[in-house]
Design a protein. Structure first.
Length: 401
């Protein structure tokens, strides 16, 4: 059944890409404020997939494509992790022939198809006046495309990697690094008990913030990041040296999943199959580093082998409830988005810059990359963060834009 617009119109929300803690608080903040301002709010299910796969028929059952949001629904979910609207990595401008929805198969027959015209028609069918996508640079890049096509879009940045350009902070990052520090501290007791090197692989395809910040906070002796190719001999030497200096005879290294060895030309992939944004699934660099450290350790430990504890943190740092920052910032971001819409402003990304909430042109998402400034923050000889002064730095130091 097609929604009937209320006096002020209809707002749609979606969440795309990987889940993070803080998505549900953002949905809650938008919904409650919008309802009280006289808007109707619907949640599009499974990211861009829900609006793409919608059937434009008043009699069709589209309940698995969208849901009308109420205070009761969002209050129940608002304190929890993940996203109750669900998510996907669907990219409507790049749909493989094998994944064309049934209702469009006669119309789209290329190997890769741009179904943006159908998405726009589906938004019109639902009577959507404003669209608020919450996601990382992949999800939001398609929001940029829709805005260029005339859709009124206000975007909210979300990603554990904290690598969306234009903002110092993305929803999910604080919980990720908080949990990384906690897990490091849990696992170091085993590393100390057995006098081993602890290798922890963390998320971070192109940006190393999720390894850098915990290392800066003292959770690890060393870290390797995507922005700088590292020498495994140097890393092994440093870690064995760190272990020797430690009274408990262990050392810790954080490894970004996108880190690369000196001389290598590509990252380590779990699978060569790529998603619709062109990304193959990363994973396994921690395993290789662990084997190499074990193999090289006698060279730096008087001929004796040092064993390694190897753990991929993965979904342990993105699951569960949000921490304080990822409960507060999403609330603020949701209200910022509503402030813009109430003023008739769209084509913006809500942001945190220099400790203050603000907004930026939405196309900043696709205009640049946000990565660690190696020269400024990373000691390439010691393979760990460095800094000269914290004065006037943003809250998370090297994540400023």
């Amino acid at each position: 059944m097609v929604y009937i617009k209320r006096k002020k119109g209809t707002i749609a929300i979606l969440t795309g890409g990987g889940d993070v803690p803080g998505l549900n608080p953002a949905i809650r903040a938008i919904t409650i404020r919008a309802l009280r301002e006289g808007y109707q709010v619907i949640g599009l299910r499974r990211g861009w997939a829900g609006i793409l796969e919608l059937t434009r028929d008043k009699k069709a059952d589209n309940s698995d494509k969208y849901i009308e949001l109420t205070e009761e629904i969002v209050n129940k979910a608002g304190r929890t992790g993940g996203t109750f609207l669900h998510t996907s990595r669907t990219r409507p401008s790049h749909i493989p022939l094998s994944q064309i929805p049934e209702q469009y198969k006669d119309k789209y027959t290329e190997e890769i198809n741009d179904l943006t015209p159908e998405v726009i028609k589906n938004l019109e069918f639902l009577g959507i006046d404003y669209l608020i996508p919450i996601g990382g640079d992949d999800t939001l890049s398609y929001g940029v495309r829709l805005y260029a096509e005339g859709v009124k879009v206000v975007a909210i940045p979300k990603t554990m990697d904290n690598d969306v350009p234009g903002t110092d902070y993305c929803i999910g990052f604080s919980t990720c690094i908080t949990r990384t520090i906690h897990l490091c501290n849990l696992l170091r007791t085993s590393a100390g008990s057995h006098e081993r090197v602890l290798v922890l692989e963390v998320f971070g395809r192109y940006a190393g913030f999720t390894a850098m910040l915990p290392a800066m906070a003292g959770a690890a002796n060393r870290c390797v990041i995507p922005e700088h190719k590292f020498d495994i001999e140097k890393l092994a030497h440093l870690l064995i040296e760190d272990r020797e200096k430690n009274p408990s005879k262990y050392s810790v290294v954080l490894v970004s999943e996108g880190a690369m060895f000196t001389g290598s030309s590509e990252m380590i992939f779990k699978s060569r199959e790529k998603d619709q944004y062109g990304h193959a699934k990363l994973g396994g660099i921690g395993d290789i580093i662990s084997d190499k450290i074990r193999e090289l350790s006698p060279k730096y430990n008087k001929g004796k082998r040092v064993n390694v504890i190897n753990q991929q943190l993965g979904y342990l740092v993105r699951g569960g409830d949000p921490d304080a920052i990822d409960s507060i910032v999403p609330m603020a971001y949701g209200n910022l988005a509503l402030d813009l819409l109430l003023k008739g402003i769209h084509g913006r990304l809500v942001v945190l810059r220099n400790g203050r909430y603000d907004n930026a042109p939405i196309d900043v998402v696709t205009s640049t990359n946000k990565i660690v400034d190696v020269k400024r923050y990373y000691n390439t000889e010691r393979l760990r963060p460095h800094y000269k002064s914290f004065e006037f730095q943003p809250l998370f130091i090297m994540t400023g834009t």
